[in-house]
Design a protein around this ligand. Structure first.
Ligand SMILES: Cc1cc2nc3c(=O)[nH]c(=O)nc-3n(C[C@H](O)[C@H](O)[C@H](O)COP(=O)(O)OP(=O)(O)OC[C@H]3O[C@@H](n4cnc5c(N)ncnc54)[C@H](O)[C@@H]3O)c2cc1C
Length: 468
């Protein structure tokens, strides 16, 4: 290993970009090279903030999307150069946020110390191998290799789980709507499977693109639609976190009751239940870690759908537009269970399903089925070659609850022997396995910042102190 330290980051979406930016801004005690490897044409975009034909909106107001916790209006200030009348409460285009992340990285690169070198690499990483000495060898699909003292995996969300019975649907089935450009045709009928934020995105895009000349069915087991964001302030929900943490040590049900009581109390005192969700989000890792394993399972089975819709909310204009579409039967939301897909002449898809609470199956005929069920965090089912390689080498292990991969302090990967890696880290939504809340920019920027500051500490003494 050369005297220069090399940190390789795989994936330049939100998390990888922020780890790189924080590393470039940090003080390093020795010559350091930061290598950022991304397979997509554009850096700093990832799935969420990529350029798309439809101008998807952020689902969080601009004033809460800063990449820098010390400068909460950083994103808004950037946005105002392009949209002068933008306010902190506006839901701005996601593509603009991608430009902001790119500019954030560029600023950090320009301000980096001379002994810190930055390299951007375009390529697909297909394997990570332990190197002969310390560190790892990062292997790209085109044969290139990078030796690294530290590796950060920032691979993003896995694709959705395949819907059973869709393998015979051919072009009538879209298995991952974010994987490529989607176009909708006037006059068609589509079934969006899932009723969360991805469904809302595609319902908006489909109705705009066809000028409302489309019929959309959206289906999930509970048929729950996320509520809207509001301009709430965090003033009314005041509680001692100890009581909620104690509730989590008992059971998922006790925790649920405590959270409900807190939300009711907040509203009684003139506040907004969303304050309670923010409060819970902030202590979610501690809550999750306190819940007994059996109770975690219960929470996932019974409470998660309700938590998810209250936690991941819609911009108010999106909800208003969806309600308009619903009133005109352009968007039909169903609660039920899918039973069968059948390709019939047309070509069309006959979908057999059973409404929630009924034992009578029903059928509908649609032109296409779009899988909007969101990421499948059960990485045993992953089709990603890099994830396969990590699992087969025992460098990563799946979380037993199917929430991602096991990690330790600072996102250190837990290996098959149950030990935390010294030089191999993960940052991104699969941190949920150990921290529960790890989806939104607000949480991920914190994880990225803490990992970068750990990696920039002198190797050895300081790192040992930091992980203690
Ligand atoms: C559609 C969508 C909208 C969202 N909107 C919001 C929002 O409005 N507000 C909010 O707070 N949060 C939002 N989120 C949540 C959150 O911001 C994202 O999930 C976050 O961007 C995740 O960052 P990431 O870096 O982990 O993954 P990504 O940003 O997806 O980045 C992963 C990157 O890794 C690359 N990569 C993966 N594997 C390899 C490999 N083997 N070799 C090389 N490169 C690789 C990918 O190409 C990708 O660029 C949204 C999420 C999604 C999916």
């Amino acid at each position: 290993m050369s005297a220069q330290r090399t940190i390789v980051i795989v994936g330049a979406g939100f998390s990888g970009t922020l780890v790189a930016a924080n590393l470039l801004k940090a003080q390093h005690w020795s010559a350091t090279q930061v290598v950022l490897i991304e397979r997509a044409a554009k850096i700093a975009r990832g799935t969420a903030y990529a350029e798309r034909s439809y101008p998807y909106l952020l689902n969080v107001p601009a004033g809460r999307m800063s990449a820098d916790p010390n400068s909460p209006l950083d994103f808004l200030n950037f946005a105002q150069h392009r949209i002068p009348d933008a306010t902190a409460e506006d839901f701005l285009p996601r593509e603009l946020y991608g430009q902001y992340l790119e500019a954030t990285l560029l600023d950090a690169e320009v301000s980096a110390a001379t002994h810190v070198e930055f390299k951007r690499v375009k390529g697909v990483v297909c394997g990570i191998e332990p190197a002969e000495q310390a560190g790892y060898r990062v292997v790209l699909a085109d044969g290139r290799q990078f030796d690294a003292d530290d590796v950060v995996l920032a691979l993003g969300n896995p694709g959705p789980a395949d819907l059973p019975g869709t393998d015979k649907l051919g072009d009538q089935y879209i298995s991952n709507p974010w994987a490529g450009p989607q176009t909708f045709t006037a006059g068609e009928t589509v079934l969006l499977v899932g009723t969360g934020l991805t469904m809302a995105d595609f319902a908006m895009a489909a109705s705009a693109e066809t000028k409302d000349q489309i019929t959309i069915h959206a289906m999930s087991r509970h048929g729950l639609i996320p509520p809207s964001q509001t301009q709430f302030s965090q003033n009314t929900c005041k509680v001692d976190s100890g009581s909620i943490l104690r509730a989590a040590s008992f059971s998922a049900l006790t925790l649920l009751r405590s959270v409900r009581e807190l939300a009711d109390d907040t509203e009684r005192r003139g506040g907004d239940w969303r304050e309670t969700i923010t409060f819970i989000r902030n202590i979610a890792p501690q809550l999750w870690q306190r819940l007994p394993a059996r109770e975690k399972r219960r929470l996932l089975r019974h409470i998660r759908p309700y938590w998810d819709i209250h936690r991941h909310r819609l911009p108010s204009q999106t909800l208003a537009r969806m309600n308009h579409l619903r009133r005109h039967q352009k968007l039909n939301v169903h609660a039920g269970r899918l039973l069968e897909f059948e390709l019939v002449a047309g070509p069309k898809v006959r979908v057999t399903w059973r409404p929630r609470g009924s034992d009578q199956p029903q059928a509908m005929l649609v032109d296409r089925v779009v899988n909007c069920t969101g990421p499948d965090y059960n990485i045993r089912r992953s089709k990603d070659p890099l994830m396969h390689s990590l699992l087969s080498r025992g460098l990563a292990v799946p979380d037993p609850l199917g929430l991602g991969i096991r990690t330790g302090a600072y996102g250190a990967l837990i290996n098959a022997q149950g030990q935390a890696a010294r030089n191999l880290f993960y940052v991104g939504p699969m941190l949920r396995a150990d921290h529960w809340e790890a989806t939104a920019a607000q949480e991920l920027r914190g994880y990225a910042e803490r990992l970068a500051s750990y990696l920039s500490a002198p190797v050895g003494r300081m790192r040992a102190v930091a992980s203690a």
